[in-house]
Design a protein. Structure first.
Length: 335
């Protein structure tokens, strides 16, 4: 039997994006919720009835689902794609620094291709958007795992040349063992030590960012603050440009950030739901009780990811297995 899940996701995503282009936030959000339900649906979708039972599927979306399953396509989605501005808006949104408002502005000014934008970039774009346009094709490409390993080795060498006390990890899909990655996300901490001044970690972090530029690993800076760096890097002079994000955390926040930024998204959502069931709220900064009358001091000190997972009734889940809540049963701690 035909699994309609891929075509449902494809066609409804076009409608979702089109509503965002047109600033119809509520309609876009409705599509987003239904798409999340379809993506999370276990097994194939072979009939419209399976989708109709999902939360958030109203009459309008239901009719579109029925059309897709009956005909294998959605005319409204086809019409949108054939329209004069949909595809260029999508391309513009893939340029770093260009959001929906700027994309709409560029289309209004007559931009219909990236070549046209390149010809008018001095007039229409700021410095960061110009960098994003310059590296457009390379930044859209996935980074093979073999190249990610080279980045990891290079970053490790330079980080320890600046300060050997630094502890870092490349998170995201790379840490989960994926075959390729969208960008290079680095999580960093300078361990607490007696006598270290409060601002030392920030000072060393800024020095590290400058060093990465001086060593020509970073070829363009997109944004830099006291705790976060965003830029473009190359693992070698002739290599492709890649997006690089570095985040400095405190010793206390590091395990929470490590868990959060490793993902996957579905695993994180399931983990937060598990925390909510226990009256807790959690994010990349920490975990605490939702009820203000409960003293958070009763929470144990969490130095590692395992401490957080244990508190939620789970054994340590290896990053390569963090896909969704289906793994919880395997790693649940017996009561």
């Amino acid at each position: 039997m035909t699994d309609f899940k891929p075509i449902l996701i494809s066609e409804l995503t076009i409608l979702e994006k089109n509503e965002r282009h047109n600033k119809n936030v509520h309609k876009a959000r409705a599509y987003t919720k239904v798409l999340q339900q379809i993506k999370a649906f276990e097994g194939p979708i072979t009939s419209a009835a399976q989708v109709m039972e999902l939360p958030g599927v109203g009459k309008s979306i239901a009719s579109k689902v029925a059309e897709i399953i009956e005909t294998g396509a959605l005319k409204e989605a086809e019409d949108i794609q054939q329209g004069s501005t949909f595809n260029i808006r999508e391309e513009l949104l893939n340029v770093f620094g260009i959001g929906p408002v700027k994309a709409n502005e560029l289309v209004t000014l007559g931009i219909r291709s990236l070549d046209e934008l390149r010809a008018r970039q001095a007039e229409l774009l700021n410095d960061k958007q110009t960098i994003g346009l310059h590296h457009y094709d390379a930044l859209l490409e996935r980074i093979p795992r073999a190249e990610m390993r080279r980045h990891e080795a290079k970053i490790k060498k330079m980080v320890h040349e600046v300060d050997p006390r630094f502890v870092f990890e490349i998170v995201g899909s790379y840490r989960r063992g994926a075959a390729d990655s969208g960008d290079i996300d680095v999580l960093l901490k300078l361990p607490d030590e007696a006598g270290r001044s409060k601002g030392e970690a920030v000072e060393v972090f800024v020095r590290l960012c400058r060093y990465l530029e001086a060593m020509t690993y970073v070829v363009d800076v997109l944004a830099q603050g006291d705790k976060k760096f965003m830029g473009v890097c190359r693992v070698s002079p002739k290599a492709k440009a890649r997006r690089l994000d570095i985040l400095l955390t405190t010793e206390e926040e590091y395990p929470h950030a490590l868990l959060y930024f490793t993902g996957s998204d579905k695993f994180n959502i399931a983990l937060r739901s598990r925390a909510l069931d226990r009256g807790l709220t959690m994010n990349e900064h920490g975990i605490k009780y939702m009820n203000p009358s409960v003293n958070d001091a009763i929470l144990p000190k969490m130095k590692e990811e395992a401490d957080i997972l244990n508190y939620l009734g789970l054994q340590y889940v290896p990053p390569v297995e963090r896909q969704n809540d289906a793994i919880f049963q395997k790693y649940s701690i017996p009561k």
